[in-house]
Design a protein around this ligand. Structure first.
Ligand code: 13P
Length: 250
């Protein structure tokens, strides 16, 4: 039976967005009012827009989050943004371990776990990303890679209110390619079993998001999969109409 888990539809703006883009955030917040009774929605703009986006969405159901945070709490870490700074800017969540940071910036699962710990300590919801590369998928190693990333990135004793897992196959990000519905279902069921093994009963409640080329026109079939409890959306979160289409599907 499908679990009663409130979905989360999250948008990751990556390194996109300047002041004028705040109007898209306002439109998303406005459109969300028809759906906020049944799901949560989050936009993660670049760090430079966090405070302004939080001010813009004050009093609405749209949450604002960051795309990364430091492994450290404070101190001599030039360029880092701490979890407490995200909270201070009005954020309530942070993405950690996105593949663009794991692959592109050499972050290890140990780093990701430290970031998730800092986030949760500061009162943020940590969205921990996992996902296999195309080569790992072709080599038939997807489950092995996902299990290792979960074991090494998810803090012990994580609670479902504080931690969300996002499965994003690296080869599906920004490519317009997605795994088949059967494969997403199979891998989300695998991730569910794995988080139950890791966290016990709490693992049954954790939200598992799918990410990678989610668009308004494929969101409904992805949303219907058991153990998909939301989406992490890149490109299609930049335009309010596209993102609201995905929210509607969930
Ligand atoms: P796209 O939706 O553009 O494929 O990006 C997915 C992603 O990386 C979200 O974090």
């Amino acid at each position: 039976m499908r679990q009663q888990i409130r979905p989360l539809v999250a948008g990751n703006w990556k390194m996109n967005g300047l002041g004028p883009s705040l109007s898209e955030i306002a439109l998303i917040a406005e459109g969300l009012s028809d759906h906020q009774h049944r799901l949560d929605a989050l936009i993660c703009p670049p760090a430079t827009l966090l405070a302004a986006a939080s001010a813009k969405t004050a009093g609405t159901a749209l949450a604002i989050g960051a795309q990364d945070c430091s492994t450290e709490t404070h101190g001599a870490y030039t360029g880092d943004v701490s979890a407490a700074m995200v909270v201070d800017s009005g954020g309530s969540a942070v993405i950690v371990g996105h593949s663009e940071r794991r692959q592109g910036r050499g972050e290890t699962s140990a780093d990701v776990k430290r970031k998730a710990e800092r986030a949760v300590e500061a009162g943020l919801q940590a969205i921990i990303c996992i996902g296999e590369t195309e080569q790992e998928m072709l080599d038939g190693r997807t489950e092995e890679v996902l299990l290792r990333q979960l074991q090494e990135s998810v803090p012990a004793g994580s609670q479902a209110v504080a931690v969300v897992i996002a499965y994003e196959p690296v080869w599906a990000i920004g490519t317009g390619r997605t795994p088949s519905i059967d494969n997403i279902a199979k891998l989300h069921a695998f991730i569910r079993r794995s988080v139950i093994d890791l966290l016990g009963d709490e693992g049954r409640k954790l939200r598992l998001l799918y990410g990678g080329s989610v668009k308004a026109d494929n969101a409904a079939e992805i949303a219907a999969i058991e153990d998909v409890n939301g989406a992490l959306v890149g490109g299609a979160s930049l335009k309010s109409g596209d993102f609201l289409g995905i929210i509607k599907a969930f």
